[in-house]
Design a protein around this ligand. Structure first.
Ligand SMILES: *Cc1c(COP(=O)(O)O)cnc(C)c1O
Length: 393
């Protein structure tokens, strides 16, 4: 049986392991919080996108239990066939209100929101201008659309303008960018990109996955951060990061949301968010509407951590958000650093090529409102000790 038709996969996996690129996934035996249980130990968690600590928030748990008693757990089928639950409609209304958008539609995830939206807006004869560091789900959405993709240099509005000027044959046009870039924590210059979109009359789409619940007043997102209400055609967001649950959303013009209900393929051919997801997200919006406390604490924690890491002598890159990359250079050093942190009780992920360029390996620290002041002190102390031990500082 040497000529097995899946042998090639074993070879590929062996290759990944040899190159140190095989993903080993930790098993978590606790809720996702500031601390998590792994292999019987309690570790301080800096890996999750649980920016506001909502993943295990008592109010989200209570809302979920109540909704399950009222609606059950599953949506039963796709919304266009089995109808849509009032719970999902309520969530979409509340999200639109929260973000001061004309309308909102939800999806099963942020990933499917991109797969739904991009092919609904552009097709074979059309062109997409896409930031070179855009998220994989944007890249896949672009591919599915079969439009021509023109990449522009990261956050470089002059290059964007040059690429637009140089592209003369097109049907419809779309500009798409991440809001917050998750590996460096930098923010797209959406105000300037918006000016360009207006000057050339191009549809503008931003994917604010890491800005949703983080940027803007009380976490209202990147459009609020730049005061661009009503000026960005499509704002994609996720409910799986700061909102602490699972789901995706598109907020923007009513006509675009109406169109996605007719032509967004993951909306038409995949079932809705589950009842617990929708109920938990609705309660998360309620919490954010009531107070900016969690968002304020997230930023205070992120700013403190960044400042103290710089004082210790670490390079924290170009972050403008609570995401703190700790730049280490080569991937083996980043992996060793992460392993030593883990042994010392801090769970923080090493990220290397191809997720970031060669020579730019790092530990990515995800701050959260869930961390207490003493959690941060513990983490800083551990980073300092490991940094000295490995000759980084
Ligand atoms: C995480 C992320 C997504 C995917 O969101 P999910 O809700 O987890 O599917 C999409 N776009 C960007 C920019 C992201 O960072």
């Amino acid at each position: 049986m040497s000529n097995n038709r899946t042998d090639w996969i074993e070879n590929e996996i062996a290759g990944l392991k040899e190159a140190g690129l095989f993903n080993v996934i930790r098993t978590i035996d606790s809720p996702m919080g500031a601390w998590v249980r792994i292999d019987g130990r309690s570790l301080l968690n800096f890996c999750a996108n649980n920016y506001l600590g909502l993943a295990n928030h008592p109010r989200l748990l209570a809302a979920t239990k109540k909704a399950v008693d009222e609606y059950g757990v599953g949506p039963g089928a796709v919304r266009t066939i089995a109808g849509t639950m009032s719970l999902h409609i309520a969530l979409e209304r509340r999200l639109a209100e929260f973000k001061q958008a004309e309308a909102c539609i939800t999806f099963q995830s942020g990933f499917t929101a991109n797969l739904a939206t991009i092919p609904a807006l552009v097709g074979k004869a059309d062109v997409i201008f896409s930031d070179e560091l855009n998220h994989a789900s944007i890249i896949d959405g672009c591919r599915l659309s079969r439009a021509r993709v023109v990449r522009y240099a990261h956050n470089d509005v002059d290059d964007l303008r040059r690429q637009i000027e140089a592209t003369t044959e097109y049907g419809r046009r779309l500009i798409v960018t991440d809001g917050v870039f998750s590996m460096d924590g930098d923010i797209a210059p959406l105000d300037k990109i918006c000016d360009i979109a207006n000057a050339y009359d191009i549809v503008l789409m931003v994917d604010d996955a890491h800005g949703e619940g983080v940027l803007g007043n009380g976490g209202r997102g990147i459009v609020d951060h730049f005061g661009l209400h009503g000026k960005v055609d499509v704002e994609v967001g996720t409910l799986s990061k700061a909102f602490g649950v699972m789901g995706g959303l598109v907020a923007g013009k009513q006509v675009i949301v109406d169109w996605l209900r007719q032509r967004g393929r993951p909306f038409l051919f995949s079932s809705a968010m589950t009842v617990p997801d929708a109920a938990a997200c609705l309660e998360a919006v309620n919490i954010l509407q009531e107070s900016t406390e969690l968002v304020d604490r997230l930023w205070a924690n992120g700013n403190l951590f960044k400042k103290e890491m710089k004082n210790l002598g670490f390079d924290t890159g170009s972050s403008q958000t609570p995401i703190v990359p700790v730049m280490l250079g080569e991937a083996p050093l980043a992996q060793k650093f992460s392993r030593r942190l883990f042994e010392e009780g801090v769970f923080a992920m090493a990220i290397g090529f191809p997720t970031v360029p060669r020579g730019k390996a790092r530990i990515r620290v995800m701050n959260s409102a869930a961390h207490s002041h003493s959690d941060l002190e513990t983490a800083l102390d551990t980073f300092g000790r490991v940094g000295k031990e490995l000759g980084v500082i």
